[in-house]
Ligand binder design. Sequence first.
Ligand code: 5AD
Ligand code: SF4
Length: 487
Amino acid sequence: MNNTITNVINEEVHSSEEELERVRKSLEIAKGLIAERSKDAGRKLTYHVTTFGCQMNARDSEKLSGILEECGFVREEDELSADFVIYNTCTVRDNANQKFFGHLGSLGPVKKKNPEMIVGVCGCLSQEKSARAKILESYPFVDLVFGTHNVFDFARLLVMVLTRENTKGRGSTVTEVWDDTDMIVEDIPVRRNYKFKSGVNIMFGCNNFCSYCIVPYVRGRERSRTKDDIIDEIRKLAADGVKEVMLLGQNVNSYGRGLDEEISFAKLLTEVGKVDGIERIRFMTSHPKDLSDELIDVMASSEKICRHIHLPLQSGSSRLLASMNRHYTKEQYIALALKIRERIPDISITTDIIIGYPGETDSDIDDTIDVIEKVEFDGAFTFIYSKRTGPPAASMPDQVPDDVVKKNFDRVLKKVQDMSTKRAALIEGQIRDVLVEDINRQDPSLVTGRLSNNLNVHFPGDSSLVGQIVDVKLTECKGFYYIGEKV
Ligand code: 5AD
Ligand code: SF4
């Protein structure tokens, strides 16, 4: 390996600024290496990013794509025919792990036929020791494994893979997973999936340690970005045509803790609202325990903040909520949700509910149903409790048998669906502003847009509308979505 490459790869860094400098150097080297490979191949090299999981991962994947495109790769829609395939994984529930290993399994024979193909794995699952060991032992064809804390360093890792035969020998997996970090390195290339909307990370990690959840173990401790960095990024996005931003954090309501500047999430929202060109602001996710009156006031008085809040309930049983380490009771949750509804009448409240948490009884399910009825959720994601290694709920007694969980799940799901259908129908016939996001996949004579309250509407239109905010009459409610017409 030449000296520059070795120096950059091995360079020690101690701050975010030094990291950024190393990222820049790595990008330059990676560009050169990819250009050489493209020349040999007589064509541009292609990449495919497969994303599992949440909005955080979706945003990280935009960064991975940005770095790959900066290095000279072009996007390939088919996972199995790309020169570089990277899986950005999720491990919040076991079915996410199984899905990923299914994909990896199908890739094995493809990689055998095409040994030049590069396979990478990153994201939450790589942070888990046992899952990582499984990748390294059972899928030795994987070329690169890294985690959630060093996505920004992807170009350097790529250089390590591309120059590997000179160091460790072809076939050995480059693995670099950090347990945690206090650094935040942004301002790296990003390839957005949509020109007109973008996620913006405002914080990373989680300190809540809900008893069932693996996220704090794989995403590390909570750290907020500074207001100036966030606003700077949003200004640049607005200048680049972005109209809607989604502020991302595991618990946005604790934004600002640990920063030198005293700033709350509500104040940050107010500042984001001042950025010219940004017409819609969303955020995800809000923990009920930290949701302030100040936030409700700011939402109520803002024209730009969307009429939607995702407020995970998890369970309606105060006993289970205590065991889950959620720091609110059933009554406190209901009071909070009703206060939000009273202050912001057209708001849509959605939630997450876990069924089958250890020790859950029929009476706990009754409590959950009771909250659904009282709050009238506009939508809910219902999840079957999944045992994860690390969080304490895994070793709690009274794990609920599968057949009981299934019965309870169906009961809760039915209630949630009845409620959301009832809520969605309330605005039938109204005219609402809609951000047009896509041409409809099933029927290309239609476009699909999103209301401020997060409902989708399909209506006749063409690609010239994509990215625009238009008024649409909601002619027919189809339960979870609308059919409409542009007015
Ligand atoms: N099992 C099932 N659902 C879970 N969630 C988090 N951990 C688990 C688990 N072990 C759900 C919570 C959270 C959402 C993102 O995922 O409802 O709000
Ligand atoms: Fe998991 Fe709780 Fe943190 Fe959400 S707040 S990521 S459920 S630990």
